[in-house]
Design a protein around this ligand. Structure first.
Ligand code: KE4
Length: 434
């Protein structure tokens, strides 16, 4: 593997040019490397589990375009599907057969979904689900959890994770206090806080929204019984339970976390994997709720490119290929190999850093205490993470450029890739400790 050189000549020039015409030089803040220091590289191409930057440096990729590349980059099935669909037109704004096939697949695979509406991003999916929950219940308050990230929806950019947390803006500027006051942000894994919120505002809470496996403050599993508790308390108070499975959907299992846990929410937000790398989101749930959407019902929601034929073709090709190749078993096997290697590397330095994994999703915290919520995640050693990240990058291993993100394996990672990565991780841990 060619090791990245120290200077990124073309990347640096591109970044300089980008900053003249794009805010921060990026189209999404987390790409800016602000939390790890240095400059982002610019990618020229990607195939399988590897990416090449514009200076032709190759890296093993564990970001996978933040989740969509579950089969690796540019899988043949997706490329052919997009090519074939494009020959017949790239957008219609008219119902097309792909939309029906995608909706039927989602209804079959995702336990909570009886009807589904396609959108163009995870943000649109959660924004629409929130509006629908408010319209269906006639209530206005929303409960979310600190560190969970549901896209850049005004009412959900409160104590948000991912890029918002990375940039120290969990509560973004530009959101009127009147909006934020309708959002109740609570500590994750804290049933007492949820009970207190329902005691105080129970009759005005429209929904509880969460990532059933929070992955935007690092990866933080729900503690035993917490999801079941949320399902029960929302039923008791007539509020809806919304699972944001934009990241976990079709990744941790065919039916996402709701299949793994047996907890069925009222609404589910989906994205990432569902589009095969093209812009797609979706939200779905009980038919009696979904039928409140226009044109049948009073809750308006729309999108020029919703159900776009190329995006649908890409997503269908990816999801069908994933199922056909038994992808979830492969991802679990690769994840177990990766975890064993990383845990051995951690043990070799004599530290007890916390490492969480669910299938192909993982996170290493530079923190020896249990990580159960945002506050404990924030007690991780950021400087150690930065040294770790840059050493890995210099050795051709690309992890997410933030300690508040999750890593992803894909079916294109091979055991040789994992062995090579684990060797680099072992060295990087020593560098991280300084
Ligand atoms: P998008 O609008 O970015 O497609 O999806 C928003 C979203 C919603 N829900 C969850 C659980 C998510 O993780 C996301 C987006 N994830 C981040 C990565 N943690 C996207 C990366 C970025 O912001 O550039």
């Amino acid at each position: 593997m060619s090791r990245p050189s120290e200077t990124r000549t073309l990347s640096s020039k591109l970044f300089e040019a980008a900053k003249q015409v794009i805010p921060g030089g990026v189209n999404s803040p987390v790409r800016a490397f602000r939390n790890v220091g240095g400059e982002p590289f610019f990618v020229r191409r990607a195939k399988g589990c590897r990416i090449w930057d514009v200076d032709d440096r190759m890296m093993i990729d564990y970001v996978g375009t933040w989740g969509p590349a579950i089969l690796g980059h540019a899988p043949q099935q997706v490329i052919e599907a997009v090519h074939n669909a494009a020959k017949d037109g790239v957008s219609f704004g008219i119902p097309n057969p792909y939309e029906v096939e995608m909706a039927r697949l989602i209804v079959e695979w995702v336990p909570s979904v009886e009807k589904v509406r396609m959108v163009n991003s995870g943000t649109e999916a959660t924004m629409s689900a929130i509006r629908l929950a408010r319209g269906f219940t006639g209530r206005k308050r929303i409960i979310k959890f600190e560190g969970c990230y549901h896209g850049h929806v005004d009412s959900l950019l409160v104590a948000a994770g991912s890029g918002a947390l990375t940039h120290g803006q969990p509560d973004s500027a530009g959101i009127p206090a009147e909006f934020a006051e309708l959002t109740i942000a609570l500590p994750f894994n804290d049933p007492g806080a949820v009970e207190a919120a329902f005691r105080k505002d129970g009759d005005s809470i429209a929904a509880v929204i969460l990532e059933p496996l929070p992955a935007n403050a690092g990866l933080i599993p729900a503690q035993d019984g917490f999801l079941r508790f949320l399902r029960d308390i929302t039923v008791k108070h007539g509020a809806l339970l919304i699972f944001d499975e934009v990241m976990t959907g079709f990744r941790v299992a065919r039916g996402g976390m709701q299949e793994l846990t047996g907890i069925t929410p009222d609404l589910t937000a989906l994205g990432k994997v569902i589009g095969g790398g093209l812009p797609v989101g979706a939200f779905g749930g009980r038919a009696e709720i979904m039928d409140c959407l226009a044109p049948d019902g009073p809750v308006y929601q729309a999108g020029t490119l919703s159900g776009n034929p190329l995006a649908m073709a890409a997503g269908l090709a990816q999801l069908k290929a994933l199922e056909k190749q038994g992808g979830w078993a492969t991802l679990e096997s690769l994840g177990a190999q990766f975890e064993a290697g990383v845990r051995a590397a951690i043990a070799s330095i004599g530290r007890n850093f916390t490492f969480h994994r669910q299938g192909s999703m993982f996170c290493l915290f530079f923190n020896e205490e249990p990580v159960t919520d945002l506050e404990s995640a924030k007690r991780s050693d950021i400087e150690a993470f930065r040294r770790y990240f840059h050493h890995c990058l210099s050795r051709g291993v690309y992890f997410a450029p933030s300690p508040y993100e999750t890593g992803f394996l894909c079916t294109a990672h091979g055991l040789n890739d994992i062995e090579e990565t684990v060797e680099v991780v072992g060295d990087a841990l020593k560098v991280a400790l300084g």
